[in-house]
Design a protein around this ligand. Structure first.
Ligand SMILES: N[C@@H](CCC(=O)N[C@@H](CS)C(=O)NCC(=O)O)C(=O)O
Length: 328
């Protein structure tokens, strides 16, 4: 694990000393938007028009942020328009890596060895962390965006005019945007990023604070979802998919590896049924690779799990009936 400094790779773990043991996530640096006609989006430069075959997504199957983009690519039927390369689940001293001789983990565009080479191709003097997902423009040979929250909004609406794309599915309708943003905000800080704050804390109090906030929000969600099928009423939205990619990793990884162990998701009757409901949406299960998820966290974070032994369990029954149809 490391980062780029002026375009040079440095093998360095997160620096929590300067924040008293607290993990603070760095903001993504590439913030352009693909739009239907190439006009600029809310941030960054214009010139990124939605075109079939022009964009490439770099992901890890293990990463919850990249997973959001994969879910949107699948549900919006963007697979034939946006190609993808999947890094190896092992993220060690060189950061995310490709494996040239494994079709499943090759860089299909440049046959690079490391993801940081994609970052320096886009910005030779880049300073910052090298994260997935990355949305790459094959025409301009640059990174459009490395911020998953924005990539999923592009996938939701920018490509709607392309053939076969599910324009009828809108996961961020304008009429619900305010509510979506509100729940996203709480869930981002206390759940999506909350599990990382607990897992990467290097001070007891910082860990306990993240743990308390996490379970306070999970209790709130258990309540909220007891009489409504989805987070923002009876329609599936972006807010659900953003929560989903954290919940699906919870019992297998965050409960043990990140010490988020007051309860498993399986112990929350409502949340666990909600998780199965989302998992059973056609196409979604194809985006979940529990083997790569467990391998990544337990094998890559050697300061948390120095033996690199990957747990066999837990047994998860994601195909069991969820019974939530009655709510909508
Ligand atoms: N803000 C980013 C965060 C992405 C992120 O942190 N991805 C993790 C993998 S789960 C990563 O690549 N970490 C590498 C690192 O921090 O060096 C997003 O949501 O797209």
């Amino acid at each position: 694990m490391g980062l780029l400094v002026d375009g040079k790779w440095q093998d360095k773990w997160y620096d929590t000393d300067k924040t008293g043991g607290k993990f603070e996530r760095e903001s993504a640096r590439f913030r352009n938007w693909v739009t239907d006609d190439g006009r600029p989006g809310p941030d960054g430069d214009g010139g990124f028009a939605a075109e079939s075959g022009r964009y490439h997504l770099y992901v890890s199957m293990a990463c919850p942020w990249a997973h959001r983009a994969l879910v949107f690519r699948k549900l919006k039927a963007l697979e034939r328009h946006i190609s993808v390369s999947v890094v190896s689940p092992d993220m060690l001293k060189n950061g995310w890596e490709f494996l040239s001789d494994h079709e499943a983990h090759r860089d299909h565009l440049y046959d690079s060895r490391f993801l940081h080479q994609i970052y320096t191709k886009a910005a030779a003097d880049y300073t910052g962390r090298v994260t997935v997902p990355v949305l790459w423009d094959k025409h301009q040979e640059t990174i459009v965006s490395n911020e998953s929250a924005e990539i999923i909004r592009m996938f939701n609406s920018a490509f709607n005019d392309l053939e076969g794309v599910r324009a009828d599915l809108d996961f961020s309708p304008q009429s619900l945007r305010e509510d979506i943003d509100l729940v996203n905000e709480r869930i981002y800080h206390t759940v999506n990023n909350g599990v990382y704050k607990a897992g990467f804390a290097t001070a007891q109090d910082k860990y306990e604070q993240a743990y308390d906030e996490l379970f306070e929000t999970l209790d709130w969600l258990e309540q909220r979802l007891s009489d409504q099928r989805y987070l923002v009423g009876d329609q599936l939205t972006e807010a659900d998919w953003r929560l989903f990619t954290t919940l699906i990793r919870f019992d297998a990884v965050y409960f043990g590896h990140f010490k988020c162990n007051r309860n498993r998701i399986a112990d929350f009757p409502v949340l666990s049924a909600y998780l199965r409901d989302l998992y059973q949406v056609p196409g979604v299960a194809d985006t979940v690779d529990m083997g790569q998820i467990k391998r990544h966290y337990y094998f890559s974070h050697t300061m948390i799990n120095p033996t690199q032994v990957v747990p066999k369990g837990p047994a998860l029954d994601l195909e069991a009936p969820h019974g939530r149809d009655r709510l909508s």
